[in-house]
Design a protein around this ligand. Structure first.
Ligand code: ZN
Length: 344
């Protein structure tokens, strides 16, 4: 077992182990694995992507991860002996003590010993964290949240998640669960959520929720007005996705726009609540929804500014993520440098 380093991040980017100048950062997603060799200034020297291919089982996925690690080492001419650690952001719940992925439903993982397998393969310390935490750290170090005193990073895609960076370190809560903004209750009688609760924020704003609502609307009476959505649906030959709703909304489809605006309203209310609670100076919004650009941004800012506690709303700067893949990789690589073990 490598030692768990209790390093305090003091505003400078750097590796935790003396004399080591590089770290590998990995973003494990539902469809792709993005891997980068990162230097101590937070620059990505080389990058590789592989398909996740979760249906082949976790050993195949970790095999592709290992292959991509070797590829980025070769491309950047960095020897693995110069690498301080491997950091991985995962789409699920990690065991912070040994890097086991306890549960990651999107890729069908349960109790997968990711940390142990990568340690055995490379002989390096491995740090596994929520993908949202790694991305939040990356946004803080090199992205849209650079230098924030309190950063709230919110990502909206197949789910809604958040990471909080406070004074240069991830804020994890008492047991590592902090940041579950997607499960804030927004409606006491709302739709059922995958977590077992009802009326959670993500059931209004995540991509699949937008798709479901749009599908219901075009089946209903007003559906005939939705020409762009119908066209996209025909071209796709299958079900609607959140991306299709965003695309149709951008192209002026009235139903897509209505559904999207409602999703953004709830997202804005959730962020407004979080702003009142945390008083962040910067909120960064990333994930698939960030692609909606101006369509998202204006109404989101309006809602947060109007609905957060006025003195907290006044000083918060809301930004869209500029390069979320880069942030996810750099943040994963920097996990070791900011790691603090949770108290048992
Ligand atoms: Zn929930």
């Amino acid at each position: 077992m490598p030692r768990i380093i209790s390093a305090v991040y003091k505003g400078k980017i750097g590796m935790a182990q003396k004399g080591k100048k590089y770290a590998v950062g990995i973003d494990l997603g539902g469809t792709k694995i993005a891997v980068g060799m990162v230097d101590e200034a937070g620059h990505i020297l080389s990058q590789a992507r592989r398909p996740t291919g979760a249906e082949e089982g976790y050993r195949a996925v970790i095999g592709r991860m290992a292959d991509a690690i070797r590829a980025v080492a070769e491309d950047s001419a960095v020897s693995l002996s110069e690498v301080s650690s491997i950091g991985v952001g995962v789409p699920g719940t990690p065991d912070f003590s040994d890097g086991t992925v306890i549960f990651a439903p999107n890729i069908g993982w349960r109790d997968v010993p990711l940390g142990r397998l990568l340690r055995e393969e490379f002989g390096l310390p491995v740090y596994v964290d929520y993908d949202t935490n790694a991305a939040a750290l990356g946004e803080y170090m090199v992205g849209a949240g650079k230098g924030a005193r309190v950063l709230l990073f919110v990502t909206v895609g197949t789910g809604v998640g958040a990471g909080i960076v406070f004074a240069g370190k991830l804020f994890r809560g008492a047991t590592g669960i902090a940041g579950e903004i997607g499960h804030m209750v927004m409606d006491k009688d709302g739709p059922p959520c995958t977590c077992g609760n009802i009326g959670c924020l993500q059931m209004f704003s995540k991509g699949p929720a937008l798709a479901d609502r749009a599908a219901q609307a075009i089946e209903g009476e007003e559906g005939s007005r939705s020409t762009v959505l119908r066209e996209l649906l025909r071209a796709q030959g299958g079900g609607l996705t959140g991306e299709m709703v965003i695309k149709a909304a951008r192209e002026g489809d009235p139903i897509a726009r209505k559904v999207f605006e409602e999703g953004v309203l709830y997202l804005g209310l959730g962020i407004a609540n979080a702003v009142s609670l945390l008083n962040p100076d910067v909120v960064v919004v990333g994930g698939g929804i960030a692609k909606a650009g101006d369509l998202l941004f204006k109404s989101l800012v309006k809602t947060v500014k109007e609905r957060a506690y006025p003195m907290a709303a006044e000083c918060v700067d809301i930004r869209l993520s500029m390069n979320s893949e880069e942030a996810a990789i750099v943040g994963a690589a920097m996990l070791e440098a900011t790691w603090e073990p949770l108290k048992p």
